[in-house]
Design a protein around this ligand. Sequence first.
Ligand code: ADP
Length: 431
Amino acid sequence: MVWGVIGLALIVSTAVAVVIRRRGMALDELARGVAALGDGRATRPVRTCVGGRVGRVSRLFDRMAPQLEARIARLEQDRQQLRAVLSGMDEGVIAIDARRRLVFANASADRLFGLDSGSVGRLVAELIRSPHVQAAVETTLFGAAPYQGEITVASREAGLRLSSRVLAVRGSSLSGSPPQGAVLVFHDVTELRRLERMRQDFVANVSHELKTPLASIKAYTETLLDWALHDENVNEKFLHRIEEQADRLNQLILDLLSLARLESGQEVFEHGPLALTPCIEACAESHRGRAEAKNHHYVLDLGPLDDETLVLADEEAVRQILDNLIDNAIKYTQEGGSVRIACRLAGDSVILEVTDSGIGIPREDLARVFERFYRVDKARSRELGGTGLGLSIVKHLVQSIGGSISVNSRVGSGTQFTVNLPRFHPMPQRS
Ligand code: ADP
């Protein structure tokens, strides 16, 4: 009897020990599975044959783990996609937390504000030293509605000089009260604003240029109608003035149309192999009369150019380039000065130089003479019949041929315009 009881007790205690061990093992496996899930590693099923609560939890884990893994994988995929989209964006995007520390910046924001991988976690005020950006951050965090505005910041792109950029900013705060952070998007609109300003300036310039001759025409006409029509001392003179101003208007409109067509790409030149020498000779000769009338020492030097020297250009384009440059040289050179048109070859380029001994261009104006309507001396240019558009037309024409133009000048000594055109070599004929 005693032995029976002892035996039963042994059996029961062994069974309890086995159950406890199995549960312990099941709990260990469960702990490993949870840890793997937490670390983002693949989990293994917790295969246990224990019952009770531990068994239920293990089975629940086995059901839940693959679902969680799939969800985590999907989240990771979404995160990667979001990063790819953000890094491909032209706009700079930064995310900050409630303490104004940088949480994320995309590649454009890095470039715009000179950020790098070490910037995350640091205060935005430390990283971007712009009071405008700080104001945008504060208003985004505490404003009632999403922030929208335009700011100007100094920006230095890798190794480049400091430049001022105009940025359109949109800021949205993250949920919570107070908000948990904010996302700000910066769109660089510097070029857009520059073009807008150029367009406004252009419209103002055109209106002004049209207004001046029209006002003259109107004044002379009124004077003629009032009293001067039958006064032979002045009536013819006034009519000549009206004609002059009408010619000026006409030239201005022709230049404007030509420039508009060139800029819009509508001006279709037929750039083909062109022998330069006859074109240059014809152009230079057509101006000789005017140069001689001003007693200019007028020289054409074709240098090494011959009939074989070709460029890929439309004859009309080359004519317009030379016409403008020679016309200016004669216009801005006083009586008895010199105007020289010279040609040379340099590598694979043909170089055309128009040099005069005229009034010259001040150093600070040199870079701007190719701009539309830019004139060093407005009154003098108008008096000489200039529209201020000639050199910008020349620049477009030279570029359309694939060449370049530069200018050198000294006030009182003269000016030299140098046009560089790529030389064209015909394919050797097969015999
Ligand atoms: P414009 O019709 O006034 O001559 P351009 O566009 O041809 O206009 O030239 C722009 C300005 O550049 C001129 O107004 C003049 O001030 C200056 N310029 C151009 N060519 C010369 C030159 N050869 N010598 C001195 N100044 C020049």
